[in-house]
Design a protein around this ligand. Structure first.
Ligand code: HEM
Length: 420
């Protein structure tokens, strides 16, 4: 209990952390795309890779400058020796298709971690998902902890992240409950790292016997001295970083974790929330609300009205009427009403999609027209885009760059545009 209070203090006192629960008002271009992805799920699970990727990215904040933390700077740091392994490039390759100017790569890294932890724990550890992270434009500080370093180096390093000794032990146990050490990455500590059947070298020594499950078995096996964890009892003493870390407080924390699985799960939830909330000062984290789901028995009351273009809409409310109970409820997020994107309007009636033939190959051609609104004036912009197939889920961003700022708007899908 005393330990949990210490964590709460550390969260509120960290200069880097922005757990600000700023009120979310839809639409919010930094959050909405992430919310949609979170609702859909990602599909394939590379849980261990996603967790280690987020930790490596986050683990080198510059607390005084208010930079670094979870900011996707690892994208520029993959060649560093401290980032050995395929986990980082594979994570990037999986997620980059969902990256656009509405959702940052660091928010995607976070989403992947939340999905991985939730999936491997079978829903027992739900890390609150917030969005609004801002990606770094280049590499950040180096200094991700490495397995051959002394305990004092690790303790000092985690203190900068910032995690104290108990928290360091907990966070490492939370990370090392899934996955393991790959022979292809660290052949010096994986005996017989190369497969003998000529297949791709991916011999892995797992941290515990339940490598796909998010549970306290990594700690139980460590305490019982039956651990297979190569970072605890590997053949080379110098690279037994887990052994040194788990014993850093005389074994108190790792024993508690080993004894109480619920304590482990609660602690990991707190630790991971801290980890993904360590963000640069210029990022404002906001809650991700579940998408508004409308049950089969409800209908949205609509009051169709023609709005003259010179007036426009500054905000609107949504009224949901339950056809069975007759009850109605009005939704106006933030009590100010939903406000539609004002600056760029899609002109669907001036847009067309058609099929053309280029070099004997049929291609979809999209002619998009948008209006850039400036007070009561507007300017029409038209763009053409071609592709060989029409993917109905593809989003298009329309960006208008002006002397003072840039505004953008999104077509949510190819199907938004009328066919000829
Ligand atoms: C002193 C601290 C740490 C050291 C020295 C360390 C070291 C390592 C090493 C050497 C590997 C094997 C990499 C490979 O084979 O490619 C590994 C894997 C992993 N680490 Fe850590 N780690 C530390 C802390 C953490 C923390 C705090 C987390 C998460 C919160 C974490 C999550 C993971 C995960 C999930 C894997 C498995 C990756 C996979 O199977 O692909 N580690 N770690």
């Amino acid at each position: 209990m005393a330990w949990s209070r210490r964590i709460a203090w550390a969260v509120s006192s960290s200069p880097l952390l922005f757990l600000a629960n700023a009120n979310y008002v839809w639409p919010n271009s930094r959050i909405d795309e992430l919310e949609k992805l979170g609702a859909l799920g990602i599909g394939r699970s590379f849980g261990a890779e996603w967790i280690t990727n987020a930790y490596h990215d986050m683990s080198t904040p510059d607390i005084f400058a208010g930079t670094g933390g979870l900011d996707a700077s690892i994208v520029f740091e993959m060649d560093r020796l401290e980032n050995v392994g395929d986990a980082f490039r594979e994570t990037l390759n999986i997620l980059k298709g969902s990256h656009n100017n509405r959702v940052s790569m660091s928010d995607l890294f976070t989403l992947a971690t939340v999905v991985a932890v939730g999936g491997c724990s079978k829903g027992k550890v739900i890390v609150p998902l917030k969005g609004g992270r801002v990606d770094a434009a280049g590499p950040g500080l180096s200094g991700v902890p490495e397995l051959q370093q002394h305990l004092q180096t690790h303790t000092a390093n985690f203190a900068k992240q910032p995690f104290d000794t108990s928290e360091m032990i907990a966070l490492v146990a939370c990370g090392h409950t899934v996955g393991g050490v790959h022979g292809v990455d660290l052949p010096e500590i994986v005996p017989n790292p190369a497969p003998t059947d000529g297949s791709k070298n991916d011999i892995t020594l797992t941290f515990d016997t339940t490598t796909d499950d998010f549970d306290n078995i990594v700690a139980k096996e460590f305490i019982a001295n039956v651990s297979r964890n190569p970072l605890a009892f590997g053949q080379i003493e110098t690279t037994r970083s887990d052994f040194r870390i788990f014993n850093a407080d005389g074994g108190d924390m790792i024993s508690q974790i080993a004894t109480f699985n619920d304590f482990f799960l609660d602690t990991c939830s707190t630790m991971f929330e801290r980890m993904v909330s360590t963000v640069p000062r210029n990022a404002q984290l906001r809650d991700i609300k579940p998408l508004l789901r409308i049950g089969v028995d409800t209908r949205i009351a609509s009051h169709p009205q023609k709005i003259p273009t010179e007036c426009g809409i500054s905000s609107f409310t949504v009224e949901i009427a339950d056809s069975q109970t007759g009850k109605t409820s009005v939704h106006d997020t933030g009590r100010a009403g939903f406000s539609p994107p004002k600056e760029i309007l899609a002109m669907y009636f001036l847009s067309r999609q058609s099929v053309i033939t280029v070099g004997g190959v049929s291609q979809m051609q999209l002619n998009l027209t948008v209006a850039k609104v400036d007070g009561t004036n507007y300017t029409l912009y038209t763009g053409i885009w071609q592709r060989t197939s029409a993917a109905s889920t593809h989003s298009f961003d329309i960006v208008a760059v002006g002397p003072d700022r840039t505004v953008s708007s999104l077509f949510d899908s190819w199907d938004d545009v009328p066919r000829e």
